[in-house]
Design a protein around this ligand. Structure first.
Ligand SMILES: Cc1ncc(COP(=O)(O)O)c(C=O)c1O
Length: 416
């Protein structure tokens, strides 16, 4: 393992990681549902409220400080995602709300008989906004499936669904249930060749690896800061010309140019300040002594490469523990030679134990995991586990240690 991550230093920056639960240090493996935040994020949120709290565009100091922090946050999010300009970044309440609003705006361009493509591997936030829009517009929904043995998208089938009637292809970057990383670059290329728009849900991928929207060739991409160590904020990237051409649902005096026209109402300024701090934190992990401190994109790429590398060790450690227990079935890629195709989000079922019982037993030992469908309803239905409580989901991020994963394994073996 080659990593520049200093786990002790990293963990000391997250106050929640020293919480105790059930008389022991809490183990946060509920990260796909939301990550913990650094002290710098907490300070940025409270600091904004203490010193800059105002609406935007005013002729006075707090409004000007608000404008400055919001502008910097747009640039920081552009750096995180590899966007060409901060004007390609819109903040909003969360990914779901941004996707409903974008799907509604894009839907105006659809006619009856047009087609959209969604996948059964996606979180419902990247399905229902599109299927409801299609219903409103009389468009046809085409469903791409995944292989229930291999846990990968049926790429051939998906390619066959895309044709000259296709207008939008919505696909997830990494599954919040199976952990699979999809080849979104290829899929976005197919969409482009067919003259369709591509929308990537990167909520689960962003905390685990580097994103480059320009290299992916996607038209839109959404993520959520609370999944990458920031506050509860959603982020939408859109190619500038598309954001510019698309008629947004907005009120009249608000600016009619990107990204303002997609940032309806007063934004969560303190959350945006916290998001900036979260991105700065990630960039700090990639800072090396002889490198330019102002090269935030470069620092982010180095940090996310190191995180991706460590992520694979975490995946291997989780799989080692789960595979040591009789009757446990991992629903996801397990081959150690294919860890680059997954993030360290691992779901499993266990004969004789319901997912809720397992999560409760672990919770009583201070180990936090999720159970159920986590809104990946199409996945749990396709796997046939929806009516039996779904799956237990263990989701590690770069602040988790191999020792924590071993504690999870020991707790599960006790339960056996
Ligand atoms: C893959 C994925 N997409 C979308 C969402 C929804 O994100 P938000 O809560 O920001 O609406 C989630 C949340 O868990 C998710 O995991």
């Amino acid at each position: 393992m080659t990593t520049m991550l200093d786990l002790n230093r990293i963990r000391s920056q997250f106050p929640a990681l020293s919480l105790q639960a059930a008389g022991q240090p809490a183990v946060f493996l509920d990260n796909p549902g939301g990550t913990q935040v650094t002290q710098s994020v907490i300070d940025a949120v409270t600091g904004y409220l203490a010193t800059s709290n105002a609406n935007r565009g005013g002729a006075f100091a707090t409004a000007q400080r608000s404008d400055a922090v919001i502008a910097d946050a747009h640039q920081a999010a552009a750096d995180l995602l590899g966007a060409a300009s901060p004007r390609e970044i819109a903040f909003g309440p969360n990914m779901t709300t941004l996707t409903f609003s974008l799907s509604r705006a894009l839907g105006r361009q659809l006619d009856p008989g047009d087609e959209i493509v969604v996948t059964r591997m996606d979180h419902d936030a990247n399905i229902t906004p599109w299927t409801m829009m299609a219903e409103d517009r009389g468009a046809t929904v085409r469903w791409a499936d995944f292989d229930v043995e291999d846990y990968t998208l049926d790429m051939g089938g998906l390619h066959n669904l895309i044709n000259e009637r296709t207008k939008i292809v919505a696909v997830g970057y990494a599954s919040n249930a199976l952990g699979t990383i999809n080849d979104v670059k290829t899929i976005c290329g197919w969409a482009r060749e067919a003259g369709a728009l591509s929308f990537v849900d990167a909520v689960q991928y962003v905390p685990h690896g580097p994103v480059d929207v320009q290299a992916l060739g996607c038209d839109f991409l959404a993520c959520s800061a609370y999944k990458f160590f920031g506050p509860h904020i959603g982020i939408l990237y859109g190619r500038y010309d598309l954001l510019d051409q698309t008629r947004a649902y907005k009120v009249r005096p608000a600016h009619n140019y990107p990204p303002d026209k997609f940032e309806t109402g007063t934004q969560n300024h303190e959350g945006i300040a916290g998001t900036l701090a979260a991105i700065e934190y990630l960039a700090s992990l990639g800072r090396v002594a002889d490198q330019d401190d102002n090269n935030r994109r470069g620092n982010l790429l180095r940090a996310m490469d190191a995180i991706e590398d460590y992520d694979r060790s975490l995946s291997a450690a989780i799989l080692d523990e789960l595979e040591s227990i009789d009757g446990v079935r991992v629903h996801g890629i397990t081959e150690r030679s294919r860890l680059a195709e997954r993030v360290s989000t691992v779901s499993f079922t266990w004969e004789g134990h319901s997912p809720r019982q397992i999560a409760e037993a672990l919770g009583q030992q201070g180990i936090f995991v999720w159970d159920g469908n986590y809104y990946a309803l199409a996945v749990t239905e396709r796997l046939g586990v929806e009516n039996s409580g779904g799956m237990v989901r263990v989701g590690a991020v770069h602040y988790n240690t191999i020792d924590e994963i071993k504690r999870l394994g020991a707790a599960l073996r006790d339960l056996a």
